[in-house]
Design a protein around this ligand. Structure first.
Ligand code: GDP
Length: 197
């Protein structure tokens, strides 16, 4: 898919103020610092569209970016940041889980996983929750340039194995790097194929 236009539309702290659910949404989510903003900028080919390296967990915003006047990248707040207070974590849960569970225009959840790490409990739990809710999701392994392809493959295999405990079929996955742009075409092709707008 060729990205012709990518435009920031709005930031929200309230579900009631989200844009009308008239275009397919691909929601990007992962642990703080997983490389979500970098990936969104890489996919949209617009540097600085999503803000990288903000103080993690500070503001719980849902950001909408309109792509090609046809679909949205939805940037969800990162999860699992240790320094966030218990109250904030609960707010996160409620706000994001309501969005994910109720948003009728949500096409697919793009779960970002740091390819350098062994499977993390919080990521597995989040995938299991998506599975329980019957929400379609794919895995995007980030920062693949940071280690050898062999190491990445090992971590991907371990993650898939961890998911096999609950999923009959492991969802599609992509290995990406925002540095080298590896995986960009494949992620965009997946979105083009599943975008029914
Ligand atoms: P976010 O908190 O999930 O939005 O993560 P950011 O996009 O802000 O990235 C966190 C840090 O990881 C920043 O210092 C980025 O430059 C770095 N980073 C993100 N993606 C990549 C990548 O693909 N390769 C490398 N080498 N660094 C990355």
């Amino acid at each position: 898919m060729l990205i012709k236009t990518a435009e920031f539309i709005c930031s929200n702290t309230q579900i009631s103020k989200l844009p009308p659910p008239v275009m397919p949404e691909y929601a990007f989510i992962g642990r703080s610092n997983v490389g979500k903003s970098s990936l969104i900028n890489m996919l949209s080919a617009k540097k600085g569209m999503a803000k990288t390296s903000q103080t993690p967990g500070k503001t719980q915003l849902i950001n909408h970016f309109l792509i090609n006047d046809n679909w949205y990248i939805v940037d969800l707040p990162g999860y699992g940041y240790a320094r966030v207070s218990k109250n904030k974590k609960e707010d996160w849960n409620k706000f994001i889980r309501t969005y994910l569970d109720k948003r009728e225009s949500l096409q697919c959840v793009m779960v970002l996983i740091d390819s350098r790490l062994e499977p993390q409990k919080i990521d597995i739990e989040f995938c299991n929750w998506l599975g329980e809710k019957g929400l379609p999701f794919v895995l995007i392994f980030t920062k693949a340039d940071k280690q050898s392809a062999v190491k990445t493959d090992q971590n991907v295999a371990k993650f898939k194995k961890a998911l096999k405990a609950t999923f009959e079929e492991v969802p599609p996955y992509f290995v990406t790097s925002s540095e080298t742009h590896d995986g960009r075409d494949k992620v965009l092709a997946f979105i083009a194929d599943t975008n029914r707008h």
